[in-house]
Design a protein around this ligand. Structure first.
Ligand code: FES
Ligand SMILES: [Fe+2]
Length: 329
């Protein structure tokens, strides 16, 4: 997993005021809670005193209080109340819980997962074409027993469409893969899918195609957000939320602004969610059985030109890992 990145980890309504919630994300036990103003915080779910889970505790005066001996921590993770020392007691500075920066927008909660938070930390970005627009959405969610990289790559894989989805989005046997054409800019991959019927003409490799005169069909925002730009009015967004190295939550949304009347919109969203689930389950059947569960650039898989989306993903992941001082995959 790439350090020093903003990961979508939860939806806003999963963290209720006054009720800490414990979850595993990125291989760590974490606690999420809201202070008196409703601002969300994230910390490692281990009290530094004797290791009790803070998620079993309470929110008190804008602090999280450990269930074991009542030590209270502020949103930065510093212990600020230590009942056993009394109100005049001196609290050791080292009595701190590791806290991660949190950002909340679009009904999503991101954490910046890394060490040494930069002073000028910029907030995470979503997808511009979805911001400030009157979309409504239906949600879907599923657990996959894979590393999140397999799920991300699956949604950048243009070669599987006529096979895995032969009776849904891959109908029509457009099995020849020109390109794909890909642009990568500041952690955002734009992918133009150029699949076609086999008319006997030679396939065009990614370097031989130019930018099509239309919007990209897929976008991937590192490290874990994906956008399928189906039509101006209809989109799918999926966050691949890493639980640990072998488990991921697919957090999906079917967005639309085509149907506005509330009841009709609900029905339309429901049909979009059902369709998205059917398609995701077609992928899951195969992807959840890929080995190994986690991908790397140099793992010996034999990539073809149509795998350019996957190759770009793995290459960029290594670049970002190197920036964070991590070893390559
Ligand atoms: S273990 Fe948390 S206060 Fe003791
Ligand atoms: Fe698929």
């Amino acid at each position: 997993m790439i350090r020093n990145q903003w990961y979508v980890v939860l939806e806003s309504d999963e963290v209720k005021t006054g009720m800490p919630v414990g979850v595993t994300r990125l291989g760590e036990k974490m606690v999420f809670w809201r202070d008196g103003q409703g601002k969300a915080s994230c910390m490692v779910d281990v009290c530094p005193h004797l290791g009790a889970p803070l998620s079993l505790g309470k929110v008190k005066d804008g602090h999280i209080a450990c269930p074991f001996h009542g030590f209270e921590y502020d949103t930065s993770g510093q212990c600020v109340v230590l009942p056993a020392y009394g109100s005049q007691g001196k609290i050791p500075k080292a009595l701190r819980v590791k806290a991660y920066p949190v950002h909340e927008a679009h009904g999503l909660i991101w954490i910046w997962w890394g060490e040494n938070v930069p002073k000028d930390l910029q907030p995470p970005r979503f997808f511009e074409s979805l911001e400030n627009e009157r979309f409504v959405f239906g949600r879907f969610r599923d657990h996959w027993p894979v590393h999140y990289s397999r799920m991300a790559e699956n949604q950048l894989d243009v070669m599987h469409l006529p096979f895995v989805h032969h009776n849904t989005i891959g109908r029509g046997n457009r099995s020849v893969v020109d390109g794909p054409y890909i642009e990568l800019d500041e952690g955002l991959m734009n992918v133009w899918v150029m699949n076609r019927l086999d008319d006997g003409s030679p396939v065009k490799k990614p370097k031989e195609v130019s930018r099509p005169d239309r919007r990209p069909f897929l976008q991937f925002r590192f490290p874990n957000l994906w956008h399928n730009w189906i039509a101006e009015d209809i989109r799918i967004v999926i966050a691949f939320v890493p639980v640990d190295d072998e488990n991921t939550i697919m957090m999906g949304r079917f967005y639309q602004k085509a149907v506005r009347f509330p009841l009709a919109a609900q029905l339309f969203n429901l049909s979009g969610v059902i369709g998205s689930r059917v398609i995701a389950n077609q992928d899951k059947r195969v992807v959840s059985r890929q080995v190994p569960v986690k991908t790397s650039l140099h793992m010996g898989e034999k990539m073809m030109s149509g795998d350019y989306g996957i190759l770009t993903y793995r290459t960029e992941r290594n670049r970002l890992k190197a920036l964070a001082g991590q070893a390559e995959d």
